[in-house]
Design a protein around this ligand. Structure first.
Ligand SMILES: *Cc1c(COP(=O)(O)O)cnc(C)c1O
Length: 335
C-alpha cells in the first residue's frame, strides 16, 4: 500500500468546491528577509480553519456504503475536518482527544456536531479509545495521517502550489504525523524530483524527527507547545506516513518555542495573518536561519488558524507564556 500521484489527482477531483483553491500569496516581508520570493499557502482560509478538511473529506468520500459512523484520534484540526465531512454525509463522528488539547479545539468540533471523548494524556491514549470504538461500536477509524486517502487529500496542497507556481523550488512543510508532508512530497517529487521538501517540527516532542533519526517509529514524551497541532506520536505501527517521509523528505528541521513565538508575531504584524504556532514553523526556520531559501521561490503552508484568541492576544502584546513547566519569555515585537 502506498500513495501515488494518481491518488492525489483523484483526491483533487473529490474535494473540488469544498476544500480546494485556497489563496497562494507572496509575503513581502519574509521575501526580503530570505532573499527569495516567499509564498504563503493560506490553509487558514479553509471552512474549518485548517487544511485537514482535504484529507478528511477525501477519506469520507471513499468510504464503502453501509458505514454509519466514523471515529479518529486528533489534536483538534483533524477532528474538525472529520466532523465537518461526516455531517455532510449524515454520519456520526466520535473524536477522541487527550487532555492536552486546547478547549478552543474541543468547542470547534462540538459546534460542527462531532461527539468529543477526552481520554488520557497523549495521542496514543486517544488512539486506543478510537480503536476501542471500532471494535465495540463498529465505527470506522480515519487516521489523522496514516491513511492513504488522508495523505492523498493533503497532497492536493502540493499540487495546487505547483500548478499555480511551477517555479517553486522549496516547500517548507509543518511536520507532525507526516500525512501533510508525505502527501505534498509525493506530489512535488512526481512533478519534479529536484524540488526540495523540508519537514519542520518544534523541538519539544518531535515524534517524526526522532523516528526518522532512529530508523523506525519511536515514542516521544508529549508536552505542551505553542505548536499544539504538531503534538503526538506517529503510531508505533505506522504503515505509510513514516516510510513516505523517510523516502521523500530532503531534510527535517526543529525550531524552538521562542522562534515560533517570534514568527507568530512577525506573520501577524507584517502580513496581518492570524495563525496557530504549528503553521509558522516554516517561517520560523527561515527567520532563524536554520533553513536557507535556496535557489528559487519558497512556499510554506499556513496550515490553520484554530487557536485560543486569548493566547494569541498575549503573544501579540509580548507577554510571557507558560507551557506546563516551561516558560517562553515575553518579547514585544519590533520590526
Ligand atoms: C495536523 C496539522 C499539522 C501537521 O500535519 P501532519 O499530517 O500530522 O504532519 C500542521 N499544522 C496544523 C495546523 C495541523 O492541524
Amino acid at each position: 500500500m502506498t500513495v501515488t500521484f494518481a491518488d492525489i489527482l483523484g483526491a483533487a477531483q473529490r474535494i473540488k468546491g469544498v476544500a480546494d483553491a485556497t489563496p497562494l500569496v507572496p509575503s513581502p516581508f519574509f521575501s526580503a528577509l530570505a532573499g527569495q520570493e516567499v509564498l504563503l499557502k493560506l490553509e487558514n482560509m479553509q471552512p474549518i480553519g485548517a487544511f485537514k478538511l482535504r484529507g478528511a473529506f477525501n477519506a469520507m468520500a471513499t468510504l464503502p456504503e453501509g458505514v454509519t459512523g466514523v471515529t479518529c484520534c486528533s489534536t483538534g484540526n483533524h477532528g474538525r475536518g472529520v466532523a465537518f465531512a461526516a455531517r455532510q454525509r449524515g454520519l456520526r463522528a466520535v473524536i477522541c482527544m487527550s487532555r492536552l488539547v486546547p478547549q478552543a479545539k474541543i468547542d470547534g468540533i462540538r459546534a460542527l456536531g462531532g461527539e468529543v471523548q477526552i481520554v488520557g494524556d497523549s495521542q496514543d491514549d486517544a488512539l486506543a479509545e478510537a480503536q476501542r470504538l471500532v471494535a465495540e461500536e463498529g465505527l470506522v477509524e480515519i487516521s489523522p495521517f496514516d491513511d492513504p486517502a488522508v495523505i492523498a487529500g493533503q497532497g492536493t496542497i502540493g499540487l495546487e502550489i505547483l500548478q499555480a507556481r511551477p517555479d517553486v523550488r522549496t516547500l517548507l512543510v509543518p511536520l507532525s504525523g507526516g500525512g501533510l508532508a508525505a502527501g505534498i512530497a509525493v506530489a512535488a517529487k512526481a512533478i519534479d524530483p529536484a524540488i526540495r521538501v523540508i519537514g519542520i517540527s518544534m523541538e519539544r516532542g518531535a515524534a517524526m524527527f526522532e523516528s526518522l533519526k532512529a530508523g523506525q517509529p519511536v515514542e516521544v514524551e508529549e508536552v505542551p507547545s505553542l505548536a499544539d497541532s504538531l503534538g503526538g506520536g506517529i503510531g508505533m505501527a505506522n504503515k505509510l506516513s513514516f516510510p513516505l517521509c523517510r523516502d521523500l523528505l530532503d531534510d527535517t528541521v526543529l525550531v524552538t518555542e521562542e522562534e515560533i513565538y517570534r514568527a507568530m508575531q512577525t506573520l501577524f504584524y507584517e502580513d496581518r495573518i492570524v495563525a496557530e504556532g504549528a503553521c509558522v514553523v516554516g517561517l520560523a526556520a527561515l527567520q532563524s536561519g536554520k533553513v536557507s531559501a535556496g535557489d528559487g521561490p519558497v512556499a510554506t503552508i499556513i496550515t490553520g488558524r484554530n487557536l485560543d484568541m486569548n493566547l494569541f492576544a498575549r503573544i501579540m502584546s509580548g507577554q510571557e507564556i507558560e507551557l506546563g513547566t516551561y516558560t517562553v519569555k515575553g518579547q514585544v515585537y519590533d520590526a
